[in-house]
Design a protein. Structure first.
Length: 500
């Protein structure tokens, strides 16, 4: 599938027909392929500039972007830097703060100080500062088996799938009805089979269609097209909600086919609220992983298909999450009745505060979160916290009172990963054979060895090298444990001194 901004359709005569490519566009597809292959080893910004030049020369820039979108999914980009960009920025910004950078010479002075601290060349530090920005990433591979013809065929299929995003009902006649119905069931869509003059027709809708038309399941209709198009003969009609205007989309086996290359579908969302929430939650480093479109939940004779689920990263536990936007009173009533019939699951509902249904949701034993415009992460974190507290307690109870790691030096994080528990569970355990230095656990014999190599007056960089060699990252905590402090000497670094 393509993104909606790349959709090309004709609305002539009240229809809604994708503007497919033609064999003559294979030359353009080949050119886009060449641009990607010729830019392996180049920065993303350089690749994008070449594609932009191609867009200016083409008759339709969306066609260029469509071909490029399909290839980008097969491309691998990586950050290349002599110094880790985050470390480079931290060192440079700290040095700049000490210097008070205003002039170019002061900037160079700060970079030199940062380079000394990182044991690197100033030029390497400067080049690494923002090497992890998307535009600076380097294209290292394009793992695509496309040729110009198959890329064009894939584009046409993806374009037709995108045109189905706003479908509210799809009607299909197929020479392989068994595969069609099987796919409909896998996609959790409702269907019925009708007799027509042309033969049996499978009518596909979303679960909400019995109550009102909904665009919620458009992406599933799009996925269904791939199965439809594999049949030898088929015909599809779809009612499209085109910004409030109903239009008819028709496709048949002469329009699109399925190339041998498997497409990769980008995640799509039912609303901007969901998309915004998913992006913000997914960016957090929490003990919960967010999952889109989890399994359906039994609700009496019906099912509820939540928008998301939160999976506990340290065990087998799932909390389902639904975002209720502004709907008609009838639709809200139907939703609430489904919530009342849900099986015994952990369920959280964020509802548009204008609906005023919080008490009704909580009366059914579910957690309710009001929102206006956007779902606040803090409110969701607060709703998850009772589950989290219980799960953390269970994790802590699963650990023995004492642990004796085999490694001479290890970390709280590493042990948490090893035992499959949150770091907080490990923090409460005793370590009789190790001493805790910050977030690191160190055997006393290692500390004794380090103490013999570090003495007052040694350069901080030399002391850090001794600690790094033994896997001790928190130099400040380790030096403090050994009875030392750091005497900073401006931009030139620091010296280890005994504590007073």
């Amino acid at each position: 599938m393509l993104t909606k901004d790349l959709l090309r359709v004709s609305r002539a005569g009240g229809g809604y027909q994708p503007r497919f490519s033609d064999p003559g566009d294979e030359a353009l597809a080949g050119t886009v392929l060449d641009v990607y292959r010729e830019h392996v080893g180049e920065r993303r910004e350089t690749l994008q500039a070449a594609l932009t030049d191609l867009e200016r020369e083409a008759d339709d820039f969306k066609l260029v972007r469509g071909f490029a979108k399909l290839l980008e999914r097969e491309a691998t980009f990586e950050t290349r830097a002599a110094v880790d960009p985050r470390r480079a920025r931290t060192a440079a910004f700290e040095a700049a703060e000490d210097v008070g950078v205003v002039t170019e010479s002061e900037r160079e002075q700060a970079l030199a100080a940062a380079a000394d601290r990182l044991d690197a060349d100033p030029g390497a530090v400067e080049a690494s500062l923002f090497a992890d920005r998307e535009v600076e990433q380097v294209l290292v591979d394009v793992d695509a088996s496309y040729d110009p013809e198959s890329l064009r065929r894939q584009y046409d299929l993806s374009l037709a799938q995108t045109a189905l995003f706003d479908a509210v009902e799809v009607r299909v006649r197929s020479s392989d009805p068994k595969a069609l119905v099987s796919a409909v069931k896998r996609l959790r869509l409702m269907y019925e089979i009708r007799r027509t003059d042309e033969g049996r027709e499978v009518v596909v809708t979303g679960p909400d269609a019995l109550f009102r038309r909904s665009r919620r399941y458009g992406t599933r209709f799009a996925r269904l097209l791939r199965t439809v198009a594999k049949a030898h003969e088929w015909h599809l009609e779809a009612d499209i909600d085109d910004r409030g205007t109903e239009r008819l989309l028709t496709l048949d086996d002469g329009d699109v086919s399925v190339p041998g290359t498997e497409p990769v579908a980008e995640p799509t969302f039912d609303s901007g609220v969901e998309s915004d929430f998913y992006a913000r939650f997914d960016s957090l480093d929490l003990d919960w992983a967010i999952v889109r479109e989890p399994e359906p939940l039994a609700a009496g004779e019906h099912v509820v298909i939540p928008d998301f689920a939160f999976d506990w990263k340290h065990g087998d536990y799932r909390v389902f999450f639904e975002v209720m936007g502004f709907w008609t009173p009838e639709y809200v009533e139907k939703k609430l009745s489904r919530f009342a019939d849900l099986e015994d699951v952990a369920f959280v509902v964020a509802y548009d505060e204008s609906l005023g249904v919080g008490e009704a949701i909580e009366a059914e034993g579910h957690r309710a979160i009001p929102y206006s415009g956007t779902v606040r992460l803090k409110d969701v974190r607060d709703a998850l916290r009772p589950y989290e507290t219980e799960l953390r307690a269970e994790s802590a109870a699963s650990l023995p009172a004492e642990l004796a790691p085999e490694a001479d030096v290890t970390t709280i994080e590493a042990l948490a990963d090893e035992y499959g528990v949150p770091e907080s569970a490990v923090e409460d355990v005793a370590f009789p054979e190790h001493e805790r230095i910050g977030r690191t656990l160190v055997r006393p014999s290692v500390l004794d060895a380090v103490a013999e190599e570090i003495e007052a007056g040694v350069d901080l960089a030399a002391a850090e090298a001794v600690l790094d060699e033994r896997g001790i990252d928190d130099a400040s905590a380790a030096l403090s444990r050994l009875g030392y402090r750091v005497e900073w000497e401006g931009l030139s670094g620091g010296t280890v001194r005994e504590k007073e």
